[in-house]
Design a binder for this molecule. Structure first.
Ligand code: ZN
Length: 292
């Protein structure tokens, strides 16, 4: 009698970009709701998800990306921390499973400050999870989340989750942080993609003639927002700008035939986009590749 396996493969996936190794690490997933979507009705949203063979209501992956470059280790986004539910906060155990010591990470780059990206910076007792890391984050985001007048006109949910959360998460890094501009890590250049938050930032990774754009939250529900880029989500700071930036990012990815990685793309999160505004856009999940 041979026992069947009971453990799934870990949420760890390596992708080589020239001399740089990018490792997608799953922080888990969250079961979303139709209520987070704007400019689409529930019926249509459900139909698009069902037609794409993905869970309906949407299941949203949360991905982070480790970068080994020039003998250094960096991390893009930190996941939810351990406080957001059973299926989230898996980054620390997946990092250690892949032999990466959080103390060895010298740079943490954030796409933006929202709980599913920046909660993992800091433990509930206020200590830094990344003891030796410098934080690269858009000053525009830092200023926005510390702006009392912006906070006063935000919804109570945004005040609590986004404004207060960002202020708490950044405390241990306040004196060791850098604006996300230009080359922020060997082979990694910041690219402003504002809208979802005012300082939302992508990171272009380039080595040996190869490129990967880690584009953060250009979409949250890929199977809906690629065919319908006008669909936006409740957490967007400026939904008009978010839609505009999404279209611009899709056009850039399609025109340049870019490899893209998304924080909320189905794990491991690598994809291509084809098409244009007139014909519509299409999502292509990247096939499994042998990294080494
Ligand atoms: Zn997000």
């Amino acid at each position: 009698m041979i026992a069947a396996p009971t453990d799934q493969i870990r949420g760890i996936y390596h992708r080589r970009i020239g001399d740089i190794v990018v490792t997608a690490i799953s922080d888990g997933f969250v079961n979303g709701s139709y209520a987070m979507l704007r400019d689409i009705d529930e019926q249509n949203a459900e139909r698009l998800l069902t037609e794409a063979f993905v869970p309906a209501p949407p299941r949203i992956s949360v991905n982070c990306f480790v970068i080994h470059s020039a003998g250094r280790v960096g991390l893009i986004d930190t996941g939810c921390g351990v406080s957001m539910g059973d299926q989230l906060g898996k980054l620390p155990e997946n990092l250690s499973h892949c032999g990466i010591d959080s103390a060895a990470i010298d740079t943490v780059m954030l796409t933006h400050m929202h709980p599913d990206h920046s909660n993992g910076l800091t433990a509930p007792d206020g200590t830094a999870h990344f003891a030796n890391a410098e934080l690269v984050v858009s000053e525009t985001d830092v200023k926005h989340w510390h702006d009392d007048s912006a906070m006063s006109i935000a919804s109570p949910r945004h005040q609590d989750r986004f404004f207060k959360g960002a202020r708490e998460q950044i405390v241990p890094y306040l004196n060791r942080r850098r604006d996300s501009r230009g080359e922020v890590f060997p082979g990694v250049t910041a690219l402003p993609l504002p809208g979802h938050t005012p300082g939302h930032t992508g990171y272009m990774i380039q080595s040996g003639g190869e490129q990967l754009l880690v584009w953060g939250d250009i979409f949250h529900i890929p199977d809906i927002q690629v065919p319908h880029p006008e669909v936006h989500v409740e957490p967007d700071s400026d939904h008009r700008q978010a839609v505009e930036t999404r279209r611009r990012a899709f056009d850039m990815a399609a025109t340049d035939r870019l490899l893209v990685a998304g924080m909320h793309m189905h794990f491991p999160g690598f994809l291509h986009i084809t098409g244009n505004a007139a014909k519509g856009y299409r999502l292509h999940k990247e096939a499994w590749v042998q990294a080494f």
